[in-house]
Ligand binder design. Structure first.
Ligand SMILES: Cc1cc2nc3c(=O)[nH]c(=O)nc-3n(C[C@H](O)[C@H](O)[C@H](O)COP(=O)(O)O)c2cc1C
Length: 315
């Protein structure tokens, strides 16, 4: 019997689209039909982002206040054997179009009872976003089999410069040797084919509903322990500022602007102070916190894990 896979995604620059294509190149097989659903918000988001617009979407991202989407191309009554949700992270949360899909009637109908694999492509802070996605999948009664998280492999402090430069100016390339190109390395994008290969093998072998995880041993995720506390602190402050900004006015309202300016100063100060101080503190306190951090690391690496014992299966 033919197997049906749905891939839902939203990408602005095409980076996530190229990861989806890399994975699906090896997933495509004789008995597997792949449907692609590229989400289309009713009101398109700009790229590159004007600074004001970039900051203005943050409260809605954090509070999962989803925008309306154009109707899906896929028939929501289709019975898929697997759904892949490929998303980017916006302000420690799933991007707004993905947040909208996961909360929509059509999305929930497609997801109910279905095995799901999540795939994120972000700068490097994806833990809180994945927790939110898992909660939305649970609310939709979907079954999470695996999680793949691809990140920018440059050091965190470098990506704090290269990513905003990319998002706010559109300039992704390296700057004459002193800053690397922004985004996920081409080699990592191409290597995502190993996941498609493993998923195809599992789908073709399955005689009933898929059960996971399918991707253990393929290095699907790797949690950077230095970022666990940074995400927690960052998200707490996002919740607070998000509440203030939402109280000031709706998205796009001029009344938000003065507060957004104050927030911008706070954000820059936080990035240049809290993140390095937190990293230093973590190093100093590591003898006392190591076992708790390891526990959290294992928790966030579920269900696929960071082990690489099947990497030689690469297509
Ligand atoms: C509004 C916005 C907020 C973002 N916030 C984060 C973030 O909190 N953590 C992170 O690792 N990446 C963040 N990113 C980077 C994205 O996850 C992603 O890597 C980048 O936007 C490229 O995705 P694309 O395929 O849609 O072009 C953000 C991007 C945007 C546009």
């Amino acid at each position: 019997m033919r197997k049906k896979v749905l891939v839902v995604y939203y990408s602005q620059t095409g980076q996530l689209t190229s990861i989806v294509h890399s994975l699906c190149r090896t997933l495509a097989a004789d008995h597997i039909d792949i449907s692609y659903e590229a989400l289309r918000p009713m009101k398109a988001y700009p790229f590159p982002w004007p600074l004001w617009k970039f900051l203005d979407v943050f409260p809605e991202c954090v509070y999962l206040d989803a925008p309306p989407l154009q109707p899906l191309q896929v028939d929501p009554s289709t019975d898929f054997d697997l759904i892949i949700i490929a998303y980017t992270v916006w302000f420690l949360s799933p991007s707004l179009p993905i947040s909208a899909f996961l909360q929509s009637d059509a999305g929930r109908r497609l997801l109910r009872g279905k095995p799901v694999i999540t795939l994120s492509a972000s700068r490097n802070m994806w833990l809180t976003a994945q927790t939110k996605v898992v909660n939305l999948l649970t609310a939709a009664q979907a079954r999470l089999l695996d999680n793949i998280a691809l990140v920018d492999s440059a050091p965190s402090l470098v990506t704090f410069i290269t990513t905003p430069r990319w998002l706010l100016t559109g300039k992704r390339e390296s700057t004459g040797g002193w800053l690397p190109a922004a985004g996920i390395a081409a080699a990592d994008i191409s290597a995502a084919g190993r996941f498609g290969h493993a998923i195809a093998a599992a789908l073709l072998a399955a005689t009933g509903p898929l059960h996971g995880p399918l991707l253990q041993g393929l290095g699907a995720v790797k949690v950077n322990p230095d970022l666990i506390a940074s995400e927690r602190i960052g998200h707490r402050s996002f919740l607070l500022w998000g509440r203030l900004l939402r109280a000031a006015g709706p998205a796009g309202s001029g009344r938000r602007k003065p507060l957004l300016l104050v927030y911008l100063v706070f954000l820059v100060l936080m990035i240049v102070s809290v993140v390095p101080v937190n990293m230093l503190l973590r190093k100093l306190l590591s003898p006392f916190t190591a076992s708790r951090v390891r526990r959290l690391q294992t928790h966030y690496e579920q269900p696929s894990g960071s082990a690489t014992f099947r990497m030689q299966e690469r297509p």
